[in-house]
Design a protein around this ligand. Sequence first.
Ligand code: SAH
Length: 306
Amino acid sequence: MRWLEISVRVPTELADNIAEVLSRYAPHGIAYDYGPIETDDTDWERPCLPPPILTLRVYLPMTGDWETARQRIEEGLWHLRQVLPFPPPQFRELDETLWEEAWKAHYDVLRVGPFVIRPSWRTARLEPGDLLIELDPGMAFGTGTHPTTRMCLQAIAKWVRPGDRILDLGTGSGILAIAAARRGAARVWALDIDPVAVQVAQENMIRNGVADRVVVMRGSLEEARALGERFDGVVANIVAPVLCGFCERGIGELLQPRGWLVVSGFFHGEQEEIVRRALEAAGLTVTRRWIEESWVALGARRRRSG
Ligand code: SAH
Protein backbone atom coordinates (compact mmCIF):
# COMPACT_ATOMS: atom_id res chain seq x y z
CA MET A 1 0.00 0.00 0.00
CA ARG A 2 1.11 3.58 -0.64
CA TRP A 3 0.55 6.51 1.71
CA LEU A 4 0.19 10.23 1.12
CA GLU A 5 1.95 12.32 3.75
CA ILE A 6 0.33 15.72 4.21
CA SER A 7 2.38 18.28 6.15
CA VAL A 8 1.09 21.70 7.13
CA ARG A 9 3.13 24.42 8.82
CA VAL A 10 0.53 26.07 10.97
CA PRO A 11 0.18 29.24 12.98
CA THR A 12 -0.40 28.15 16.61
CA GLU A 13 -3.69 30.10 16.80
CA LEU A 14 -5.17 27.84 14.14
CA ALA A 15 -3.53 24.57 15.19
CA ASP A 16 -6.72 23.09 16.68
CA ASN A 17 -8.87 23.95 13.68
CA ILE A 18 -6.32 22.63 11.22
CA ALA A 19 -5.87 19.43 13.25
CA GLU A 20 -9.65 19.00 13.18
CA VAL A 21 -9.78 19.26 9.36
CA LEU A 22 -6.86 16.85 8.94
CA SER A 23 -8.04 14.21 11.38
CA ARG A 24 -11.56 14.25 9.98
CA TYR A 25 -10.32 12.94 6.62
CA ALA A 26 -7.13 11.15 7.70
CA PRO A 27 -8.30 9.33 10.83
CA HIS A 28 -5.12 7.30 11.43
CA GLY A 29 -3.66 9.76 13.89
CA ILE A 30 -1.90 13.08 13.69
CA ALA A 31 1.72 13.91 14.42
CA TYR A 32 2.68 17.23 16.05
CA ASP A 33 6.17 18.37 15.20
CA TYR A 34 7.38 21.43 17.06
CA GLY A 35 10.74 21.39 15.31
CA PRO A 36 14.03 22.16 17.03
CA ILE A 37 13.56 24.49 19.99
CA GLU A 38 16.13 27.28 20.10
CA THR A 39 17.67 27.76 23.53
CA ASP A 40 19.97 30.69 23.18
CA ASP A 41 19.86 32.52 26.53
CA THR A 42 21.40 35.66 25.13
CA ASP A 43 18.63 36.01 22.60
CA TRP A 44 15.47 35.77 24.55
CA GLU A 45 14.84 39.47 24.99
CA ARG A 46 15.20 40.26 21.33
CA PRO A 47 11.94 41.89 20.26
CA CYS A 48 11.36 40.11 16.96
CA LEU A 49 11.94 36.42 17.61
CA PRO A 50 9.98 34.40 15.08
CA PRO A 51 6.94 32.69 16.54
CA PRO A 52 7.27 28.96 17.27
CA ILE A 53 6.47 26.92 14.18
CA LEU A 54 4.35 23.84 14.46
CA THR A 55 4.08 21.27 11.68
CA LEU A 56 1.13 18.89 11.62
CA ARG A 57 1.41 15.66 9.65
CA VAL A 58 -1.14 13.05 8.70
CA TYR A 59 -0.90 9.97 6.51
CA LEU A 60 -3.65 9.06 4.11
CA PRO A 61 -3.74 5.50 2.76
CA MET A 62 -3.92 5.79 -1.04
CA THR A 63 -6.78 3.35 -1.42
CA GLY A 64 -10.50 3.70 -2.07
CA ASP A 65 -11.67 7.27 -2.32
CA TRP A 66 -8.47 8.87 -1.03
CA GLU A 67 -8.48 11.55 -3.73
CA THR A 68 -11.76 12.91 -2.39
CA ALA A 69 -10.30 12.95 1.12
CA ARG A 70 -7.28 14.87 -0.16
CA GLN A 71 -9.55 17.35 -1.92
CA ARG A 72 -11.67 17.87 1.22
CA ILE A 73 -8.53 18.55 3.25
CA GLU A 74 -7.35 21.09 0.70
CA GLU A 75 -10.76 22.78 0.72
CA GLY A 76 -10.87 22.85 4.52
CA LEU A 77 -7.40 24.37 4.70
CA TRP A 78 -8.25 26.90 2.00
CA HIS A 79 -11.13 28.18 4.13
CA LEU A 80 -8.92 28.44 7.19
CA ARG A 81 -6.32 30.32 5.14
CA GLN A 82 -8.91 33.07 4.62
CA VAL A 83 -8.96 33.54 8.41
CA LEU A 84 -5.19 33.65 8.81
CA PRO A 85 -2.67 33.05 6.03
CA PHE A 86 -0.33 30.06 6.24
CA PRO A 87 1.61 28.14 3.58
CA PRO A 88 -0.26 25.55 1.50
CA PRO A 89 0.16 21.89 2.55
CA GLN A 90 3.07 19.80 1.28
CA PHE A 91 2.42 16.35 -0.14
CA ARG A 92 4.77 13.37 -0.28
CA GLU A 93 4.00 9.85 -1.45
CA LEU A 94 5.49 7.06 0.65
CA ASP A 95 5.60 3.32 0.22
CA GLU A 96 4.80 1.05 3.16
CA THR A 97 8.39 0.88 4.47
CA LEU A 98 8.98 4.64 4.34
CA TRP A 99 5.57 5.25 5.91
CA GLU A 100 6.44 3.02 8.84
CA GLU A 101 9.75 4.79 9.38
CA ALA A 102 8.18 8.24 9.07
CA TRP A 103 5.39 7.33 11.46
CA LYS A 104 7.66 5.68 14.04
CA ALA A 105 9.90 8.74 14.20
CA HIS A 106 6.98 10.67 15.72
CA TYR A 107 6.35 8.40 18.66
CA ASP A 108 7.92 8.80 22.04
CA VAL A 109 7.08 7.41 25.46
CA LEU A 110 3.80 8.91 26.60
CA ARG A 111 2.22 9.17 30.04
CA VAL A 112 -1.57 9.26 30.53
CA GLY A 113 -2.64 9.01 34.16
CA PRO A 114 -1.01 5.86 35.57
CA PHE A 115 -0.32 4.47 32.11
CA VAL A 116 3.09 4.67 30.45
CA ILE A 117 2.74 3.94 26.75
CA ARG A 118 5.98 2.80 25.24
CA PRO A 119 6.41 2.17 21.51
CA SER A 120 8.33 -1.08 21.08
CA TRP A 121 11.35 0.74 19.66
CA ARG A 122 11.81 3.04 22.70
CA THR A 123 12.88 2.55 26.32
CA ALA A 124 11.10 3.95 29.39
CA ARG A 125 11.93 4.29 33.09
CA LEU A 126 9.10 3.18 35.31
CA GLU A 127 8.17 4.62 38.70
CA PRO A 128 6.28 2.65 41.36
CA GLY A 129 2.59 2.50 40.43
CA ASP A 130 3.21 2.97 36.72
CA LEU A 131 1.25 0.66 34.44
CA LEU A 132 3.22 -0.14 31.30
CA ILE A 133 1.55 -0.49 27.92
CA GLU A 134 3.92 -1.63 25.20
CA LEU A 135 2.61 -0.75 21.79
CA ASP A 136 3.40 -1.26 18.23
CA PRO A 137 0.57 0.60 16.55
CA GLY A 138 1.49 -0.71 13.10
CA MET A 139 -1.38 0.19 10.84
CA ALA A 140 -4.11 0.25 13.49
CA PHE A 141 -5.38 3.38 15.20
CA GLY A 142 -4.63 3.84 18.89
CA THR A 143 -1.22 5.12 19.88
CA GLY A 144 -2.31 7.14 22.86
CA THR A 145 -1.53 10.45 21.19
CA HIS A 146 -5.09 11.11 20.12
CA PRO A 147 -7.21 13.09 22.61
CA THR A 148 -10.06 10.56 22.42
CA THR A 149 -7.74 7.66 23.31
CA ARG A 150 -6.25 9.68 26.18
CA MET A 151 -9.68 10.46 27.62
CA CYS A 152 -10.75 6.80 27.40
CA LEU A 153 -7.53 5.84 29.21
CA GLN A 154 -8.39 8.29 31.99
CA ALA A 155 -11.86 6.80 32.27
CA ILE A 156 -10.40 3.28 32.47
CA ALA A 157 -7.94 4.36 35.17
CA LYS A 158 -10.87 5.74 37.16
CA TRP A 159 -13.56 3.13 36.61
CA VAL A 160 -12.07 -0.31 36.00
CA ARG A 161 -11.93 -2.41 39.20
CA PRO A 162 -9.96 -5.60 39.75
CA GLY A 163 -11.99 -8.59 38.62
CA ASP A 164 -14.14 -6.61 36.15
CA ARG A 165 -15.34 -7.97 32.82
CA ILE A 166 -14.80 -5.31 30.17
CA LEU A 167 -15.78 -4.88 26.52
CA ASP A 168 -13.70 -2.74 24.13
CA LEU A 169 -15.60 -2.07 20.91
CA GLY A 170 -13.39 -0.78 18.09
CA THR A 171 -10.15 -1.82 19.77
CA GLY A 172 -7.76 -0.64 17.02
CA SER A 173 -4.26 -1.28 18.35
CA GLY A 174 -5.83 -2.79 21.50
CA ILE A 175 -4.54 0.02 23.72
CA LEU A 176 -7.72 0.38 25.82
CA ALA A 177 -8.10 -3.38 26.32
CA ILE A 178 -4.50 -3.63 27.53
CA ALA A 179 -5.09 -0.69 29.89
CA ALA A 180 -8.18 -2.42 31.34
CA ALA A 181 -6.18 -5.63 31.85
CA ARG A 182 -3.41 -3.62 33.56
CA ARG A 183 -6.00 -2.16 35.95
CA GLY A 184 -6.85 -5.72 36.97
CA ALA A 185 -9.82 -6.62 34.76
CA ALA A 186 -10.35 -10.37 34.95
CA ARG A 187 -11.42 -10.63 31.36
CA VAL A 188 -11.55 -8.23 28.42
CA TRP A 189 -13.12 -8.73 25.02
CA ALA A 190 -11.57 -6.55 22.29
CA LEU A 191 -13.51 -6.38 19.03
CA ASP A 192 -12.90 -4.62 15.75
CA ILE A 193 -14.42 -4.91 12.30
CA ASP A 194 -11.05 -4.27 10.65
CA PRO A 195 -9.01 -7.48 10.20
CA VAL A 196 -5.72 -5.51 10.31
CA ALA A 197 -6.69 -4.09 13.71
CA VAL A 198 -7.57 -7.56 14.96
CA GLN A 199 -4.15 -8.83 13.97
CA VAL A 200 -2.24 -5.85 15.39
CA ALA A 201 -4.26 -5.99 18.63
CA GLN A 202 -3.62 -9.70 19.05
CA GLU A 203 0.13 -9.13 18.62
CA ASN A 204 -0.02 -6.33 21.18
CA MET A 205 -1.79 -8.61 23.72
CA ILE A 206 1.03 -11.13 23.40
CA ARG A 207 3.67 -8.39 23.67
CA ASN A 208 2.05 -7.20 26.91
CA GLY A 209 1.60 -10.68 28.37
CA VAL A 210 -2.19 -10.25 28.66
CA ALA A 211 -3.28 -12.63 25.87
CA ASP A 212 -4.64 -15.03 28.51
CA ARG A 213 -7.10 -12.40 29.76
CA VAL A 214 -7.93 -10.46 26.61
CA VAL A 215 -9.91 -12.10 23.84
CA VAL A 216 -9.41 -10.31 20.51
CA MET A 217 -12.15 -10.94 17.97
CA ARG A 218 -13.29 -9.63 14.63
CA GLY A 219 -16.74 -8.17 15.08
CA SER A 220 -18.94 -5.48 16.50
CA LEU A 221 -21.99 -5.14 18.76
CA GLU A 222 -23.73 -8.27 17.47
CA GLU A 223 -20.70 -10.50 18.09
CA ALA A 224 -20.36 -8.97 21.57
CA ARG A 225 -24.01 -9.71 22.28
CA ALA A 226 -23.53 -13.30 21.14
CA LEU A 227 -20.99 -13.76 23.95
CA GLY A 228 -23.94 -13.78 26.36
CA GLU A 229 -21.98 -11.69 28.92
CA ARG A 230 -23.03 -8.83 31.15
CA PHE A 231 -20.11 -6.41 31.28
CA ASP A 232 -19.03 -4.21 34.21
CA GLY A 233 -17.78 -1.66 31.72
CA VAL A 234 -17.82 -0.98 27.98
CA VAL A 235 -15.55 1.43 26.07
CA ALA A 236 -16.17 2.45 22.48
CA ASN A 237 -13.99 5.08 20.83
CA ILE A 238 -15.38 5.23 17.33
CA VAL A 239 -17.47 7.95 15.62
CA ALA A 240 -20.88 9.45 16.43
CA PRO A 241 -23.01 7.58 13.83
CA VAL A 242 -21.57 4.20 14.87
CA LEU A 243 -22.06 4.99 18.56
CA CYS A 244 -25.65 6.07 17.94
CA GLY A 245 -26.22 2.80 16.06
CA PHE A 246 -24.90 0.88 19.08
CA CYS A 247 -27.35 2.75 21.32
CA GLU A 248 -30.29 2.03 19.02
CA ARG A 249 -29.33 -1.64 18.88
CA GLY A 250 -29.32 -1.96 22.67
CA ILE A 251 -25.76 -1.53 23.89
CA GLY A 252 -27.17 -0.72 27.35
CA GLU A 253 -28.48 -4.26 27.68
CA LEU A 254 -24.94 -5.63 27.58
CA LEU A 255 -24.19 -3.91 30.90
CA GLN A 256 -24.50 -5.17 34.45
CA PRO A 257 -27.20 -3.24 36.35
CA ARG A 258 -24.58 -0.80 37.75
CA GLY A 259 -22.36 -1.10 34.70
CA TRP A 260 -20.79 1.87 32.90
CA LEU A 261 -20.16 2.87 29.31
CA VAL A 262 -17.54 5.29 27.99
CA VAL A 263 -17.89 6.61 24.45
CA SER A 264 -15.61 8.98 22.56
CA GLY A 265 -14.69 9.90 19.00
CA PHE A 266 -16.86 12.98 18.45
CA PHE A 267 -16.68 16.76 18.82
CA HIS A 268 -18.41 18.99 21.29
CA GLY A 269 -21.48 20.78 20.00
CA GLU A 270 -23.93 19.13 17.66
CA GLN A 271 -22.22 15.71 17.55
CA GLU A 272 -22.08 15.55 21.33
CA GLU A 273 -25.78 16.39 21.60
CA ILE A 274 -26.70 13.63 19.16
CA VAL A 275 -24.66 11.07 21.10
CA ARG A 276 -26.10 12.26 24.44
CA ARG A 277 -29.65 11.88 23.18
CA ALA A 278 -28.89 8.38 21.86
CA LEU A 279 -27.40 7.34 25.22
CA GLU A 280 -30.38 8.63 27.16
CA ALA A 281 -32.79 6.89 24.77
CA ALA A 282 -30.86 3.66 25.37
CA GLY A 283 -31.58 3.80 29.11
CA LEU A 284 -28.22 5.30 30.10
CA THR A 285 -27.55 8.37 32.22
CA VAL A 286 -24.55 10.52 31.37
CA THR A 287 -22.61 11.04 34.59
CA ARG A 288 -19.25 12.28 33.43
CA ARG A 289 -17.75 14.31 30.60
CA TRP A 290 -14.17 14.75 29.44
CA ILE A 291 -13.10 17.31 26.81
CA GLU A 292 -9.76 17.79 25.08
CA GLU A 293 -9.02 19.89 21.99
CA SER A 294 -12.75 19.95 21.09
CA TRP A 295 -13.01 16.16 21.32
CA VAL A 296 -15.42 14.80 23.91
CA ALA A 297 -15.76 11.58 25.89
CA LEU A 298 -18.92 10.78 27.82
CA GLY A 299 -19.26 8.38 30.71
CA ALA A 300 -22.73 6.92 31.33
CA ARG A 301 -24.33 4.44 33.70
CA ARG A 302 -27.22 2.17 33.22
CA ARG A 303 -30.43 3.51 34.75
CA ARG A 304 -32.05 1.24 37.25
CA SER A 305 -35.05 -0.28 35.56
CA GLY A 306 -38.18 -0.60 37.65
N1 SAH B 1 -9.80 1.93 20.76
C1 SAH B 1 -8.68 2.55 20.07
C2 SAH B 1 -8.94 2.70 18.57
C3 SAH B 1 -10.08 3.60 18.19
S1 SAH B 1 -10.19 3.86 16.43
C4 SAH B 1 -8.41 3.88 20.72
O1 SAH B 1 -9.18 4.31 21.55
O2 SAH B 1 -7.40 4.51 20.40
C5 SAH B 1 -11.76 3.15 16.06
C6 SAH B 1 -11.68 1.68 15.70
O3 SAH B 1 -13.04 1.23 15.58
C7 SAH B 1 -11.01 1.36 14.39
O4 SAH B 1 -10.00 0.39 14.59
C8 SAH B 1 -12.14 0.82 13.50
O5 SAH B 1 -11.73 -0.24 12.66
C9 SAH B 1 -13.15 0.32 14.51
N2 SAH B 1 -14.55 0.34 14.08
C10 SAH B 1 -15.19 1.20 13.26
N3 SAH B 1 -16.49 0.91 13.15
C11 SAH B 1 -16.72 -0.17 13.94
C12 SAH B 1 -17.87 -0.94 14.27
N4 SAH B 1 -19.06 -0.67 13.74
N5 SAH B 1 -17.73 -1.98 15.14
C13 SAH B 1 -16.52 -2.26 15.66
N6 SAH B 1 -15.40 -1.58 15.38
C14 SAH B 1 -15.49 -0.54 14.54
